[in-house]
Design a protein around this ligand. Structure first.
Ligand code: NAD
Length: 353
């Protein structure tokens, strides 16, 4: 057995259909009395429903969470929490809302209770991102890790099938890269393979029937595991490429992950055979890269960067940015091969086995 270091991160998880009903009890368990409820503008109704469940434990609702957490928004939310005397925050939504909660926790120390409604996995990580003057700064700090997470599959029934598929493959990307992370370990490997398998089973069911609570439960279970992987080990080429494409070219987060992942896996495949074997096995296919590509294409997700707003003239610059800093990756970063990877992702070709 290869030597390893495993540091477990504290997280209390309440999982199951209907588990939202335990919210007030969980706020009490945190030792908190008044919660500021956070959401995006689109999920205001969910935030109000949560505030209703909290009754006197609700301090108010802040519904201005957006992608990439602008510093000004985080400041406004923090100031509102202070004014209302909130001693915790409840973030209901996807990665954008969890991200706002983390930004509040970072310098106020307020405990966060997260209620994820997508499969992005942010609620299980100590990773935060804040955007100031157009630049996104990311970091790791255990203070931002939500103290409690309530996973209630019923809250994901409203997530459109298209976003469910791309968000689910975003989660798979965390697990896939966790399997070849420099700091990987056997516990995380188990979670990663199980998480990929659960999402691989669930996504086609959700596309067939978005109201399938069993399928939704499987997907959320997979998202929890994949998010845990992201929280515990370092990521590599795939996450770097998606960060570049999202940050510099303003491409949508989950779709970008969905399109790039098969090509990042193909790039690394010969240099990480054990990881590929686990991914392949989890998805019941002969090739990890092809299995992810097929999961996306067969379930109606985009497979080409040209279809989500990237221009051909951007490819050279994307390649330059991705190569700017060296970072651990199973296969060394080779300019010609990475430029080809981006071209393949741009055109949407099915990767070779
Ligand atoms: P998101 O949170 O931006 O949500 C996308 C849209 O879907 C929003 O309008 C939201 O209100 C809506 N939505 C969410 N759940 C819904 C539901 N159940 N029903 C109907 N609509 C729903 O998208 P995301 O992909 O979850 O998160 C992306 C962001 O999270 C990015 O900024 C990314 O960088 C960040 N992220 C961070 C981490 C981390 O560890 N820090 C991990 C993953 C993602």
């Amino acid at each position: 057995m290869t030597p390893f270091v495993y540091t477990a991160q504290p997280a209390r998880v309440i999982f199951g259909a209907g588990s939202l009903s335990q919210l007030a009890k969980e706020i009490d368990a945190l030792g908190a009395r008044k919660a500021l409820v956070l959401s995006t503008p689109e999920q205001r109704a969910s935030a109000e429903m949560v505030a209703g469940l909290l009754g006197p434990r609700a301090a108010g609702v802040f519904d201005r969470a957006v992608m990439h957490v602008p510093l000004e928004t985080a400041r406004e939310a923090r100031e509102l929490a202070r004014k209302l005397g909130a001693d915790c925050a409840v973030a209901i939504g996807g990665g954008s809302t969890a991200g706002l909660g983390k930004a509040i926790a970072l310098d106020s120390g307020l405990p966060i209770l997260a209620i994820p409604t997508t499969y992005a996995g942010s609620e299980m990580t100590p990773i935060y991102g804040i955007t100031e003057s157009g630049l996104k700064k990311t970091g790791r700090d255990i203070r931002v890790l939500p103290r409690t997470v309530i996973y209630d599959p019923e809250l994901t029934l409203s997530l459109p099938a298209s976003l469910s598929v791309t968000s689910g493959i975003n989660a798979i990307a965390h697990a896939a890269e966790g399997l070849y992370a420099v700091d990987r370990n056997p516990i995380i490997d188990l979670m990663a393979e199980e998480g990929i398998a659960a999402l691989g089973r669930a996504l086609p069911r959700i596309v067939q029937n978005a109201g399938d609570v069993e399928g939704r439960g499987d997907a959320l279970y997979g998202a929890w595991l994949c998010g845990t992987v992201l929280g515990h080990v370092g990521m590599a080429l795939h996450h770097k490429l998606c960060h570049t494409l999202g940050g510099s070219f303003n491409l949508p987060h989950a779709e970008t992950h969905t399109i790039v992942l098969p090509h990042a896996l193909a790039y690394n495949s010969r240099h990480a055979p054990q990881a590929m074997e686990r991914i392949r096995r989890a998805l019941g296919s002969r090739s990890a890269a092809q299995a992810v590509y097929d999961l996306a294409r067969n379930n109606g997700a985009p497979v080409a960067l040209k279809d989500i707003g990237l221009r051909a003239v951007d490819l050279d610059r994307a390649c330059d940015i991705a190569l700017q800093n060296q970072y651990p990756n199973p296969r060394p970063l080779e300019r010609t091969a990475i430029r080809q990877l981006l071209q393949d992702a741009f055109d949407g070709v099915r990767p070779g086995a």
